[in-house]
Ligand binder design. Structure first.
Ligand code: ATP
Ligand code: MG
Length: 555
């Protein structure tokens, strides 16, 4: 890659330029990079050269074991890993599965794979041996790097039985499998640059599997550049600041929040490696480590606001953000009331970078997923791909600005050309998510297309009804779905988990129904209320409305 060394570390500026209008509003973003741009060499190794001792990664386990990695450390360790993987036969274009939870070896491995020009396939540890086998087959993985925790090693062992895939184990030894530590020890600390093309596949990231089986999304080597805006203008990370995003390494939220954009900015990534989430532990960590910027999915905030947030000293925390599913207004409000911090929402997908958000210098409108990112031309369209007027529900789509695939948008689904064609129907990228835009350009999420309830000729978005229910003090969490009805097509059903101290009786059900009726159009109120101990969630903590629906429709 070509770059100008200016003796400072504002590396992102060499790749990223904001185009502004007279009022200072960003209207476009220009990304400039060479054909051989490779994040691991051009960004990370350059930091290692210019600011070798600067903190890159701070890793802390729930037991309090802390490890600090400078940019130089990341360079040396990723070089060693790259050499080790090379000696195992991993080459440019080969793919390697990573089942590493939140271990620091994830960051070493992924940078090593980038250096080799190999494809990283981050995978959640929550999947079955059968899923792992399927993913190995689908990606043609030559190796699986996995952590010896839970039953991951044996699952991987079963999954790759009979295949020529090598198992590399992080942590304690597992049988006779190759040890990651030994691989590092035997590897040289320098590595000769492998020339890669920016159009080479770099990542196969799996979607969350909220509405069906996860799809493997292909991102090429240009993908990291699309996250500069995410880190800079949404997370609000600063050079030498400390950023924490809550996400397992198997979720693309890791690529958004604890990898490319943050390092582009010269910030350090804080990784909290816990097995079980405890809100109090997370808050103590934010306080003790003086985390500056924080991003977490809404589920995490639902637990955080149950704590007495005033007890914690969060004076170092400047910006907080959320994305991944609908953020209930009430949760956001409680968080702000207790901390004084605005929760800035963002919206996007594994297939793309951040599509809409409230930027650090923007005002968060309650319940809004923000304005369109200047990286994209976002529209709302009807079934015929025609733009809908403001104030009307439409599908969120990305319209290519110059006929080219927009930055950060995936290059395809692995082995699913039909699905890829379908989402590009009419030459625009379809998110299958429904939203409404106001006159000022703020987007409001209505629901996934499949989750929108069609009842007596009305379309009812689950988000709005859930949002109202969440305002009732009895409700901890809820999911609104369609329930089969011969006369209405579907009934509105609310599955509700109660806060402690509330009993799931008929009186409360009626009270909740009345509460919704009072706060929105009457046809939206849930005719059916079902109290549940818990709701189905996927590995990333998202509520699985599809699972509730399937149960009801197959009865
Ligand atoms: P799958 O595609 O396998 O069904 P998924 O869509 O949940 O799973 P991800 O790519 O992790 O997989 O999530 C992207 C989706 O998450 C979006 O399409 C949208 O439905 C939802 N989402 C993301 N951000 C928000 C948000 N701020 N508000 C509401 N929904 C959001
Ligand atoms: Mg999806």
């Amino acid at each position: 890659g070509k770059w100008v060394t200016r003796g400072n570390t504002m590396i992102y500026e060499d790749y990223y330029k904001e185009i502004k209008d007279d009022s200072g509003k960003i209207t476009d973003i220009k990304l400039t990079y060479g054909d051989d741009f490779n994040f691991a060499y051009d960004v990370m190794d350059r930091f290692a050269k210019e600011v070798p001792d600067q903190l890159a990664l701070l890793h802390k386990t729930a037991d309090g074991i802390k490890k600090r990695f400078s940019f130089k450390d990341m360079q040396v360790l990723s070089n060693k890993a790259a050499n080790g993987l090379k000696s195992l036969g991993i080459r440019r274009g080969d793919s390697v599965l990573l089942l590493l939870k939140r271990r620091y070896e994830f960051w070493i491995s992924i940078l090593a794979l980038h250096k080799l020009g190999a494809v990283a396939v981050p995978t959640s540890h929550m999947v079955s041996a059968e899923d792992i086998r399927e993913r190995v087959r689908l990606s043609g993985a030559k190796a699986v790097i996995c952590v010896n925790a839970d039953d991951i090693c044996s699952k991987v062992e079963n999954a790759i039985e009979g295949l020529l895939t090598c198992q590399i184990v992080v942590g304690d030894a597992y049988k006779d499998k190759k040890s990651f530590d030994q691989m590092l020890e035997s590897g040289e600390s320098s590595f000769d640059r492998v020339t890669t093309k920016v159009t080479d596949p770099m990542l196969y990231y799996f979607t969350s599997g909220t509405n069906g089986a996860p799809k493997a999304v292909i991102h090429d080597f240009s993908y990291p550049l699309a996250h500069i805006f995410t880190a800079k203008n949404w997370h609000g990370v600063k050079e030498k600041g400390l950023h924490l995003t809550v996400a397992d390494s198997g979720w693309a939220k890791t690529a958004w929040g604890k990898l490319y954009g943050q390092w582009f900015m010269g910030a350090a990534i804080m990784v909290y490696d816990y097995e079980q989430f405890y809100a109090g532990d997370m808050l103590r960590l934010l306080e003790e480590e003086k985390v500056n910027t924080f991003c977490a999915p809404p589920t995490i905030y639902k637990y955080l606001v149950l704590e007495d947030l005033k007890k914690y000293n969060l004076e170092n925390l400047h910006y907080v953000t959320t994305a991944g599913e609908s953020m209930p207004k009430e949760v956001s409000k409680k968080f702000t009331d207790m901390t004084g911090l605005t929760v800035r929402e963002g919206f996007g997908q594994t297939e793309t970078a951040l599509q809409t958000c409230t930027t650090v210098d923007g005002q968060q409108v309650p319940g809004s997923i923000g304005l369109a990112s200047p990286l994209y031309h976002i529209e709302l369209v009807d079934e015929n791909n025609n733009p809908v007027p403001d104030g009307t529900e439409g599908e969120i789509v990305i319209v290519p600005k110059d006929g080219k695939r927009p930055a950060g948008v995936f290059a395809g689904y692995l082995c699913s050309e039909d699905e890829y064609k379908e989402v590009w129907d009419g030459g625009i990228y379809h998110t299958k998510d429904m939203a409404i835009r106001d006159k000022e350009g703020h987007f409001f999420f209505v629901g996934r297309n499949d989750d929108v309830i069609k009842s007596s000729g009305y379309r009812i978005g689950p988000s709005e009804v859930e949002d109202i229910l969440m305002r009732h003090p009895a409700v901890f969490e809820c999911a609104v779905t369609g329930y089969p009805s011969k006369t209405r097509g579907a009934l509105v059903k609310a599955s509700i988990v109660l806060n402690e101290g509330y009993s799931p009786d008929n009186r409360l059900a009626v009270e909740l129904q009345d509460f919704v009726k009072k706060n929105t159009a009457i046809y939206k109120y849930p005719r059916l209320i079902k109290f549940e101990e818990s709701l189905p969630h996927n590995a990333n903590g998202k509520i699985l409305r599809s699972v509730i629906r399937k149960k009801d429709y197959n009865k």
